[in-house]
Design a protein around this ligand. Structure first.
Ligand code: FES
Ligand SMILES: [Fe+2]
Length: 343
């Protein structure tokens, strides 16, 4: 039998349940074709019905297991490409066209997942034993503010999601890994880090440097989701508006795969809003992709079990705190599951 400690470690590695995770851009989920992806190691498929309502079920045909995401949408349901079985958004077999009065019809065969969308992204809820019904999805305050305008950029990285989160909890890498980028080169290459508790999470920041570079990251940990944000001060050459804020969500896909969602926000109003959008598209977007690529390449190059040999130092306070939060939550989930299993 696997001991509790390994179950907890495994849960942290796979990703916490009882969470909302962004899985795609809103525009990618359509009425005319299914979208297959992975979340916490499970294959899922998403689409929209005739009214545009989002649907998400396991990407597994109840007949023989073909990926439903290879199929087609018929009247708001999904039809398997292999032998035509039609399943609805609740995972119930609606029709078996190849076989009259087939007993499969009407059977609830697949799990379906709560799904919603916000600020250009589609979020899926992965239930847990303690939290089968989705809690509220808490969104960054910038999403509901007229003062901020932003763009969503997503990317799939071939590394465990923990590496992407660790990377965000580590502002000190900015002036090294991104030293040749547009703004991240400023500031000193030596510092101490400080960690402070906030109402909803924690703030990790450089002690000796404020407003010069990527100096801090704040994590918000809510009952049903988690995200972080950080600011990158911009020189006047970057056009009108205040700091450039990045809001990051990371979704675990598989053991060595995750999807990062970065909203690139700027506090801009009126005319400045338009010129920021233009400038961003015309000039800045490429620069940002280059920076993200530096992160991706570095994280993908790290071995899966780097944790076993790493030697953390003072700057890794944020990384440690993050791991502690994940481990505590995973422990609660595993204990609740073990309790149910023992009943
Ligand atoms: S496997 Fe899907 S219809 Fe046969
Ligand atoms: Fe980075």
């Amino acid at each position: 039998m696997t001991d509790k400690k390994s179950l907890i470690e495994e849960r942290v590695n796979t990703g916490l349940r009882g969470q909302w995770y962004p899985v795609a851009k809103s525009v990618e989920i359509r009425k005319d074709r299914p979208y297959g992806t992975e979340l916490l190691g499970e294959k899922i498929v998403l689409w929209r019905d005739e009214n545009g309502a989002l649907k998400c079920i396991e990407d597994f045909c109840p007949h023989r297991g073909a990926p439903l995401s290879y199929g087609e949408i018929h009247d708001g349901n999904i039809g398997c490409r292999y032998h035509g079985v039609i399943v609805d958004g609740e995972g119930v077999v609606q029709r078996v066209p190849a076989m009259p009065e087939c007993a499969l019809e009407g059977r609830k065969a697949l799990n379906h997942f709560p799904v919603t969308e916000a600020y250009d992204a589609v979020f899926v809820y992965v239930p847990s034993v303690e939290q089968p019904e989705p809690p509220e999805l808490t969104l960054p305050k910038e999403f509901s503010s007229d003062e901020w305008a932003g763009f969503l950029c997503t990317s799939v990285w071939e590394c465990n999601y923990r590496y992407a989160l660790d990377n965000l909890a580590d502002p000190m890498h900015g002036c090294y890994l991104h030293a040749d980028s547009f703004t991240l080169a400023f500031g000193s290459k030596q510092d101490l880090m400080e960690l402070n508790k906030t109402d909803d999470g924690f703030l990790i920041r450089r002690v000796g440097q404020v407003g010069a570079n990527f100096d801090w990251t704040e994590f918000e940990v809510h009952p049903g989701n988690m995200f972080c944000f950080l600011d990158i001060p911009y020189p006047p050459a970057a056009g009108p508006g205040g700091v450039f804020r990045i809001i990051g969500f990371v979704s675990p896909m598989g053991p060595r795969k995750c999807k990062v969602f970065f909203w690139r926000m700027r506090q801009v109003e009126g005319f400045a809003r338009e010129s920021w959008r233009f400038l961003y598209r015309a000039k800045m977007e490429k620069t940002h992709w280059d920076v993200l690529e530096q992160d991706r390449v570095m994280l993908e190059g790290m071995p899966d079990d780097a944790r076993k040999r790493e030697m953390l130092y003072q700057h890794d306070l944020g990384v440690s705190r993050l791991r502690q939060i994940l481990t505590r939550a995973a422990k609660k989930q595993v204990e609740a599951e073990l309790k149910v299993a023992a009943e």
